[in-house]
Design a protein around this ligand. Sequence first.
Ligand code: CP3
Length: 341
Amino acid sequence: MAEKALMRVLSGERLDPPPVWIMRQAGRYLPEYLELRARAKDFMDFCYSPDLAVEAVLQPLRRFDLDAAILFSDILVVPDALGRKVWFVAGEGPRLEPLLDAPLPAFADPEQALRHLAPVYETVARLRQTLAPHLTLIGFAGGPWTVATYLIQGEGGDKDRCRRFAYQRPADLAILLEVLVEASAQHLAAQVRAGADCVQIFESWSEGLPEPLFETAILNPTKALVARLRALGVEAPIIGFPRGAGALFGRYARETGVTAVGVDTQTPAAFARREAPQGMPLQGNLDPQAVIAGGETLVREVRRVKDSFAGSPHIFNLGHGITPQATPDQVATLVAALKGA
Ligand code: CP3
């Protein structure tokens, strides 16, 4: 473990250059990914096919000198396993049967859900056997609120309907979050048992919540999730990524119990450093759009971001997922700018 750069940073070391991985590093900006994806029946089937999922994880690692592999899966496998079927509409995104005008359904119990997710753990176990020893294997789950937003409104987009649901049906929201905390804890623990070195919680929809709602929908459930993971015997470091938390970033970093915190594109590194506990590792936060600019602009931005985090244990990443418009050459430029010079 000691030779894995990313794990060293997660234990509080500062490395220069910092280790790097890219959110959505296996994805549509890679021609070989598009080809692989065409072989699966649909996106969820892709996530549940260990042969395809392992290959997707390895693709970016063959091209770039990255420091971590992230499991190929999706945050929506958890609701799918709980019995709320997920499907993808081409060109639009994920769909579920919304809960807005329905009473809360019965959810599958976590044990049954875990059985549904066995192919995901098989993918992790195979990766553990395959990956070069210097690579950190990252498992993940969605944050309880972020996953709840998809369950509630049945699709992405603005979260007005979810906040309304939170005010109008607080007891139902509490049940929903409790179910997701338990299922996500079990799901993450299973990934660590299968061989993940650390895990990331993607709380991608942390924006727009007044402080009391941020407490009930994000802080308390995340605290419960972290505590449950520890109670299940999981010692692996936990990276929390509260995208859009803004002024409440510090409360997330200080109060949830995560080991490290992901910084989104708009949050200044200096603000994150001041707000997070002393020495907490920070991850981020190159603008995905700067990747697409490429060339000198990209090189300059990579150096600026690296320098901005120089006072912290730092894991270089984007401030959100890489987009399909990026090119493999631009990612090569990014890694070279970080590690080459
Ligand atoms: O980072 C990685 O490479 C690991 C794999 C990963 C995927 N999704 C694969 C994926 C991870 C960590 C996720 C997380 C995820 N999924 C989040 C949180 C992170 C974020 O981006 O905010 C969310 C909100 C989802 C839900 C989801 N899955 C959406 C909204 C979409 C559609 C997005 C789009 O751009 O069309 C997906 C699909 C998805 N998940 C793709 C990938 C590679 C694209 C699917 C495709 O091949 O068409």
